[in-house]
Design a protein. Structure first.
Length: 214
C-alpha cells in the first residue's frame, strides 16, 4: 500500500509539473530590414490593385515618392486625411476611418491615386505594422497544429486539416496571407463571447504581437 501510494503521489506531482511548465519563449520579430521588405511588398500589392482597377481611367505611371515622415498607427487616419485634402480630395475622418470623394474635376481613380501617394509619403513605421518573422510564423503554426486544433476537435468543433508547415510559412511570406486559421472553421459555430472565453480557457491563445482572428 505504501509503495502504491508513493507511486501515486509521484505521478500526481509529475502531472502538476507538466501543467505548470512554462510556454516556449516567444521568438523574436522581424529585423528592421525584413519588416521594411514586407512593407515594400504591401505597397507593391497596393499598386497592382490600383492598376488593375483603374486601367484606362487615369495615368498609370507609377510615382516616385519619398517618405515625408514615418507615423504611428494611431496617427494614420488623421494624417491621411490631411494629405488627401492637400491633393484636392474631399476627405474627412472619424472613428470609422477616412471618407474620401473626388474633388472638382477629379474621378474615383484620382482619389485612389492620391491615397496611394499619401500612403507612401506618410507610412506607418514598419515596426508597428504587425509583420511576423519566420520564427514567429513557425511558432504560430506549432500552436495551431499541436494545441489549438486538437483541443477544438475534442470540444466537438470541426477543424480542417493543416497544410504543410512550409506552405503555411511561405504563403504568408509571399502573399502576406494566412491560408489556414483554425478559428475560421470554428466561427460559424460560436455564438457569443462566453463560448470564445471557454475556448481560450481550454485551448489557450496566442499572445501579442500575434494577430487575433475573431
Amino acid at each position: 500500500m505504501a509503495v502504491a501510494r508513493a507511486v501515486a503521489v509521484v505521478a500526481a506531482a509529475l502531472m502538476l509539473a507538466g501543467c505548470a511548465a512554462a510556454a516556449p519563449p516567444l521568438p523574436p520579430g522581424p529585423t528592421d530590414a525584413e519588416a521594411q521588405a514586407l512593407a515594400d511588398q504591401v505597397q507593391e500589392r497596393a499598386w497592382e490593385n490600383f492598376t488593375n482597377r483603374y486601367a484606362g481611367e487615369v495615368d498609370l505611371a507609377r510615382p516616385q515618392v519619398k517618405v515625408v515622415e514615418y507615423i504611428h498607427e494611431g496617427e494614420y487616419v488623421e494624417q491621411m486625411t490631411k494629405c488627401l485634402v492637400a491633393a484636392g480630395v474631399n476627405a474627412t475622418f472619424d472613428r470609422a476611418g477616412v471618407s474620401a470623394e473626388p474633388g472638382p474635376g477629379q474621378l474615383a481613380g484620382d482619389v485612389a491615386y492620391a491615397q496611394y501617394v499619401c500612403s507612401l509619403e506618410y507610412p506607418v513605421h514598419p515596426e508597428e505594422q504587425g509583420f511576423l518573422s519566420r520564427a514567429q510564423l513557425e511558432y504560430m503554426y506549432d500552436f495551431y497544429t499541436t494545441r489549438l486544433s486538437p483541443c477544438l476537435r475534442l470540444m466537438g468543433y470541426p477543424v480542417s486539416s493543416a497544410p504543410p508547415r512550409s506552405a503555411f510559412v511561405e504563403g504568408y511570406e509571399e502573399n502576406l496571407y494566412f491560408g489556414w486559421i483554425p478559428y475560421y472553421d470554428v466561427q460559424p459555430y460560436v455564438h457569443n463571447d462566453r463560448e470564445w472565453e471557454e475556448i481560450d480557457t481550454r485551448c489557450g491563445a496566442l499572445p501579442d504581437p500575434f494577430p487575433h482572428f475573431r
